[in-house]
Design a protein around this ligand. Structure first.
Ligand SMILES: Nc1ncnc2c1ncn2[C@@H]1O[C@H](COP(=O)(O)OP(=O)(O)OP(=O)(O)O)[C@@H](O)[C@H]1O
Length: 505
């Protein structure tokens, strides 16, 4: 009696093939093998060998990257701590890694101490090798954007960028953490603070929009909180020129994505939407859906009930920023004319002098504490503090262009008048053409996997750990009551958080 010999069948992760495999198996083993021969397994994409073969041996040594001198973007790194012939990279030789700060899709971020000046920084190291010249130039574009906005108080500062062993490194200003960490620490954020965060971010977005650039990846993870509490925009990896957006843009995180991006309409209004939904997430402590019916609802002008925790004023601003019709969203300049922002700017202007002094003293303390402090550095900082003191600080220049000059997204029917009187958005803002738009949208999005979860507040998710922390259970009815400000409960904790920031230096 002859025994049948079965050849091993490869495990192939191809849905179409697996379906065929199951059908065929049940019918006839022999014919199944036939079909396996007809359809070979997919090959993994290979790394671009030409790119690696064409690279000069120079790529092994570290090269500084800067777009300030466009004729020479890369230059040899010079440092008394870096020896080219040693096997360790420039990063390993010049920095001491203290901890890992975070990881995104493109890079890993480390908290480091520079051996050169003894100060603390964040270094972002790209996760993937430059697999092609195109990929490398895409990564280098982020350096260009960081450089462009490094002088903006509300954008993260880039100190140095370099490439080595086909990876990009960026030495950035060290921040306390992202807005996600901030929310996790404070659990709820006072509405006063929400307005101030929104102002910081509008000023950052304004600097981009004024240069006709779109960020396209505004979200809680990409907003960093500095030690003094200032919010800063980071991650310029997807920044695109508004005029070239149609061909070059890549959409960011789906949770923060403006609905019109699904139809390939990339405008500055997409940033306004992402900022609006970020502020909604922050103020109501929500968990945003990445897709599904709730994703659609939030893009059709229907908001989760948690929004009612907020003042009418803030609700109106958020709703206008998340207007389903992108041409009706206010521009940054229009938003900055809101009376809340004008009074906040005036308040900041009055305290600017003390704020600058505080920052200067903090920076001097940082320098003094570093083991590489020199008499020269001390003298420079003493001089800066004195000159700040004697000059005083002038009014910070924030030019808000009038609606006519601003590159409005709107066709003239913006919700914001010159004095920013927000038109009443009570009830559902979907009407007329927006309703058609919403139908169109449902057709598109329904093709994505549905998320049947409800929009949930983070406090619901963390309810149990909250109760563990406190000996007396918290009455969540109170938090949602309209008669009192739900934020009051944690005002002490928020203050403590800022004391912590202040102590951190
Ligand atoms: N300068 C910094 N100071 C402190 N933490 C930082 C700094 N830069 C980044 N981080 C932390 O590292 C995380 C990842 O950084 P980043 O968003 O720049 O990476 P990415 O790969 O570009 O992410 P994405 O997936 O959003 O594109 C941030 O969410 C933040 O928590």
């Amino acid at each position: 009696m002859s025994t049948a010999h079965h050849l091993p069948v490869p495990h192939i992760c191809d849905d179409e093939f697996l379906e065929l495999q199951t059908k065929e198996l049940s019918r006839n083993e022999d014919s199944f093998r036939q079909s396996a021969i007809k359809k070979p397994p997919k090959l993994l994409k290979q790394r671009n060998h030409d790119f690696f073969l064409n690279k000069s041996s120079n790529s092994l040594s570290a090269l500084s990257i800067s777009f300030k001198d466009t004729s020479n973007i890369t230059q040899e790194v010079h440092s008394s701590f870096y020896y080219k012939n040693r096997s360790e990279s420039y990063f390993e030789q010049c920095f001491e890694i203290i901890s890992t700060l975070g990881e995104g899709s493109f890079g890993q971020v480390f908290k480091v101490k520079s051996r050169e000046d003894g100060l603390l920084y964040a270094v972002k190291k790209s996760k993937e090798f430059f697999r092609s010249e195109h990929y490398r130039s895409e990564r280098l574009e982020e350096v260009k954007r960081y450089e462009q906005f490094s002088n903006n108080e509300n954008c993260v500062k880039l100190y140095h960028a370099w490439e080595q062993d086909d990876r990009l490194y960026m030495q950035l200003e060290l921040c306390h953490g992202s807005l996600v960490d901030y929310l996790r620490e404070s659990k709820v954020v006072l509405e006063e603070r929400v307005w101030s965060i929104l102002l910081d971010l509008l000023l950052a977005v304004k600097s981009l929009h004024d240069k006709n650039l779109i960020h396209l990846d505004i979200k809680m993870d990409n907003i960093l909180v500095a030690d003094d509490g200032t919010c800063k925009l980071a991650d310029f990896g997807l920044v695109v020129d508004a005029d070239k957006a149609k061909i070059a843009a890549i959409e960011g995180d789906s949770r923060y994505m403006a609905p019109e991006l699904m139809q390939g309409q990339f405008t500055k209004a997409a940033d306004i939407f992402s900022l609006g939904i970020t502020i909604l997430e922050l103020a109501c402590n929500l968990v945003l859906p990445p897709n599904g019916p709730l994703w659609i609802q939030m893009r059709n002008g229907q908001f989760p009930e948690h929004i009612h925790m907020l003042s009418e004023e803030l609700q109106e601003v958020i709703k206008s920023m998340m207007n389903p019709n992108h041409s009706q969203r206010p521009t940054v300049d229009e938003l900055l004319k809101h009376s809340r922002f004008l009074s906040l700017l005036e308040f900041r202007r009055r305290w600017q002098f003390f704020r600058t002094m505080k920052l200067q003293i903090r920076e001097s303390k940082r320098i003094v504490n570093s083991k590489f402090c020199s008499i020269k550095n001390l003298f420079v900082y003493f001089f800066t503090i004195m000159s700040t003191f004697f000059k005083g600080i002038g009014k910070p220049e924030i030019k808000v262009s009038s609606p006519s000059e601003s590159s409005s997204h709107s066709s003239g029917n913006s919700a914001f008048s010159e004095n920013f009187e927000v038109s009443s958005l009570h009830g559902s803002p979907i009407s007329g053409n927006c309703a058609n738009f919403s139908n169109e949208l449902s057709n598109i999005i329904n093709s994505t996997p549905l998320n049947t979860q409800n929009v949930r507040a983070r406090k619901d998710l963390t309810k149990t750990c909250f109760q563990k922390e406190h000996s007396t259970p918290i009455n969540y009815q109170d938090l949602n009551s309209s008669t009192r400000n739900p934020f009051d409960k944690t005002s002490l904790r928020c203050k403590k958080l800022f004391t912590k920031f202040d102590d951190s230096d």
